[in-house]
Design a protein around this ligand. Structure first.
Ligand SMILES: *Cc1c(COP(=O)(O)O)cnc(C)c1O
Length: 394
């Protein structure tokens, strides 16, 4: 009945699985028939503190009872606190603009870069270089920033000018021209196939751009908020970008996006805005998520989960040489490269039948983004289900 309702009244933009989830406890989801699923997806990297997290739920409820929203025309105490917390945890002297999604955070980053290019140079610099297989969002501008031809559908044209794509980090240097203002990259390409870049290459690029006075924008919408093992993948790569964008894991499921930058003087009142961005509810959620994950990291529990997850990946990967060709990723952002797309589809379906949720990335990567708070038992159980699934298709 709800399936028909969905099909009649919700616009058809997703190939939806019609399972009806009713409840979640950490990394376990329950459907309307009481069946349980181990969640290695966390809602595409969003439910960072797990489902049904009591601390997050209490913080949201308490905030909702007091104030959900005023507007950005007034002080929003939790927004100021969250911005300071982002600066503290990242170790960067940066200020933040709050939006509601990853695409919107990237839009903000592009606007900062363009204004920087206008203000700081004699000639107008506005071009932004991104990478092939990147993903930066679904708005007209961020989809154009996304370096995947299949996303640039002609029906939605014309797209904004000023974006070009490089095959890898090495070729970026030659693509920079007199109108280039920024390079925008993910440090681990998520949607593109869970592909991390080489630390040295990234450090050299960061240094080069800094020397030229050009901007490095790091899209941490997927890699940020401890997904890589450090607070930001930027911290792991030991670079200091000009602009960093965040979203997915930051609100634990409450929509929030953020653009952080050390160029605090670029935006002035009127340059940018958002009705909802960083309101009482989402900012309060962000603070609680960061508090939870900060203590999780400091207690060593996060690193234990990483190690356990990685051990499992290593053994399973070796066990199925006919299915997998490579295992990729870092932290709790992981992938198995499958031999081809058909095998990947079969593997995801087989996992689902065994009660394990996994994702697809790129053409042939089985992607795993479990909640960062996933328990030892859930990791064990999830991989046991994966082995059962893979045994059936190998
Ligand atoms: C998901 C994602 C986005 C888009 O985020 P939305 O919240 O869906 O707009 C942008 N960049 C990266 C790296 C992402 O993974």
């Amino acid at each position: 009945m709800f399936k028909e309702m969905d099909q009649d009244f919700v616009l058809n933009t997703y190939s939806r699985n019609y399972i009806n989830f009713k409840q979640g406890i950490n990394a376990t989801l329950y459907d309307d028939k009481g069946r349980d699923y181990i969640d290695f997806t966390s809602g595409i990297g969003v439910s960072s503190v797990g489902h049904g997290n009591a601390r997050l739920a209490n913080a949201i409820c308490e905030q909702a009872r007091n104030l959900i929203h005023t507007s950005n025309l007034f002080l929003i105490e939790p927004q100021a606190k969250l911005a300071k917390k982002l600066a503290d945890l990242s170790g960067f002297d940066m200020a933040t603009f709050f939006a509601n999604s990853g695409a919107e955070a990237n839009e903000g980053a592009i606007k900062i870069a363009r204004k920087y290019g206008e203000k700081k140079f004699d000639n107008k610099k506005y071009k932004i270089i991104t990478l092939e297989n990147s993903f930066h969002g679904r708005t007209i501008t961020t989809v154009k920033a996304t370096g995947q031809k299949s996303f640039h559908k002609s029906e939605f044209s014309p797209y904004p000018d000023g974006f070009s794509y490089d095959q890898n980090i090495e070729t970026i240097y030659n693509s920079i021209d007199d109108e280039t203002i920024a390079v925008m990259i993910e440090l681990v390409q998520g949607e593109g196939g869970v592909q991390p870049f080489d630390k040295n290459e990234i450090q050299n690029l960061a240094k080069f751009l800094q020397e030229k006075g050009l901007l490095l924008i790091v899209d941490e919408v997927q890699t940020g908020i401890y997904r890589s093992g450090e607070f930001l993948a930027t911290n792991l790569y030991e670079i200091e970008p000009d602009i960093i964008t965040l979203a997915k894991g930051l609100g634990g499921g409450v929509p929030i996006g953020a653009v952080m930058t050390k160029h605090k003087d670029i935006f002035e009142p009127g340059d940018h805005g958002s009705t909802f961005g960083g309101n009482f509810l989402s900012a309060r959620a962000g603070i609680e998520v960061l508090d939870i994950l900060e203590s999780y990291k400091n207690s060593g529990l996060l690193d234990e989960a990483f190690l356990q997850f990685e051990e499992k990946l290593n053994t399973i990967y070796k066990k199925y040489p006919t299915i997998f060709s490579e295992h990729v990723g870092l932290g709790l952002m992981r992938g198995f490269r499958c031999k081809d797309g058909d095998i990947l589809t079969k593997a995801i379906e087989a996992c689902f039948k065994e009660g394990l949720l996994v994702l697809k990335a790129g053409k042939n990567t089985l992607r795993m983004l479990p909640p960062l708070t996933i328990s030892k038992e859930e990791i064990e159980e999830g991989f046991e289900r994966m082995v059962n699934a893979l045994d059936k298709i190998s």
